[in-house]
Design a protein around this ligand. Structure first.
Ligand code: UFG
Length: 335
């Protein structure tokens, strides 16, 4: 049985679906502060047999998470539960350190007390901070520039120490920009408020949507807008399943970048959205958003060679599934 923390959220729920589709038993723990009960209901209804339970709880309460390990026979954990908004983390670091770091400490304590020694952890490119060189490989210095990135880096360091002292084996996956949705549109990205590029462009094409705001056109990049590495969410989750396999085969604690190595500018993403939606989308060009580095692109050789991972989906495919999901979501919200 696999425990997925944060399984009601955007990336966590895609992991739950893939685990279930591959025949694993899954239990989800989520506070529903960011995740949605509707997502859990979709997962439960689609996979009645292997979806073994949903526990609404908060990692900041040790007893709530410890109880899950007492109730279910957990073999490994995939840990997504976290707050992830960079801007909010600067304004309210306490929220991030308590939830992300203290919550993870409680999870690891419950794992150790119940002799569960394998974890795949959702980390981020934000642990690298302002890039010193590009593409970014795993040897790039980790100097986060906001509390969100710092909270994730602290957890990475805790996991190193817990391996040395207690034999807790971890794989830390450092995500670049995650994009797209379930190819059957059962679930997808659903943040309130939404801050990410692709859903914001797409939302603006629906009635009542706000005009898309483009932040900054004077960066030192191909067309003046920020360049990011958009990795499809299903490709990304595939790496989590390979990471679990790696740990099950006795793999040592390790860490990998998850990206495509392909950079796309905000304008290029915008063009892809116009192509997929077949709409001319109005733009409101604004100044730079604080804290955005010009370029963030992954070197993914390590994940390819050690985990045997190959991202397959193009940016356009991600935009297409994101658009299909956004239509489902808009329908749901407006009815
Ligand atoms: N952008 C816009 N308009 C919007 C939203 C975004 O122009 O409405 C621009 C941003 O300014 C940026 C690019 O689109 O240049 C990408 O922005 P996102 O917010 O989609 O993604 P980020 O690169 O800021 O953040 C992502 C993850 C974070 C993670 C970070 C790592 O969402 O969780 O990468 O640096 F911390």
């Amino acid at each position: 049985m696999i425990l997925v923390t944060g399984g009601a959220g955007y990336i966590g729920s895609h992991c739950v679906i893939q685990l279930l589709e591959q025949g694993n038993d899954v239990v989800v723990f989520d506070s529903l502060e960011v995740g949605h009960i509707e997502t859990i209901e979709t997962l439960q209804n689609s996979f009645k047999q292997n979806f073994k339970g949903f526990v609404k709880g908060n990692l900041q309460n040790f007893e709530e998470i410890n109880q899950v390990f007492k109730q279910y026979k957990i073999d490994a954990v995939v840990h997504f539960a976290a707050f992830s908004q960079v801007g909010e983390s600067v304004e309210n670091p306490q929220k991030y350190y308590f939830n992300n770091v203290y919550g993870s400490l409680n999870l690891f304590r419950a794992m150790l007390e119940n002799s569960v020694k394998k974890i795949v952890f959702s980390s981020t490119a934000a642990t690298y901070g302002e890039p010193v060189y590009t593409p970014i490989d795993e040897g790039h210095p980790q100097n986060p520039i906001n509390p969100y990135g710092s909270s994730k880096l602290m957890i990475e360091k805790i996991l190193d120490d817990y391996d040395k002292a207690y034999g807790l084996k971890s794989v830390r996956l450092r995500y670049f920009n995650v994009a797209g949705a379930d190819s059957k549109s059962r679930i997808g990205e659903w943040h309130e408020p939404e801050t990410h590029l692709i859903p914001n462009i797409l939302k603006s094409t629906f009635s009542g949507g706000q005009t898309f705001k483009m932040f900054g056109t004077d960066y030192d990049t191909v067309d003046g807008t920020c360049v990011r590495d958009y990795i499809n969410v299903e490709d990304l989750i595939n790496a989590h399943l390979l990471a679990l396999k790696y740990l099950n085969n006795g793999g040592e604690t390790n860490y990998f970048n998850l990206g495509t190595t392909d950079g796309n500018s905000v304008k290029q993403v915008f063009t892809a959205c116009e192509k997929v939606t077949q709409k001319q989308i109005p733009v409101d060009v604004q100044g730079r958003r604080a804290g955005d580095p010009a370029t963030l692109v992954a070197d993914n050789k390590k994940a390819k060679s050690v985990l045997n991972w190959t991202p397959e989906k193009t940016l356009e495919e991600s935009v297409k599934t994101a658009y299909e999901w956004e239509s489902v979501l808009q329908n749901r919200l407006n009815n």
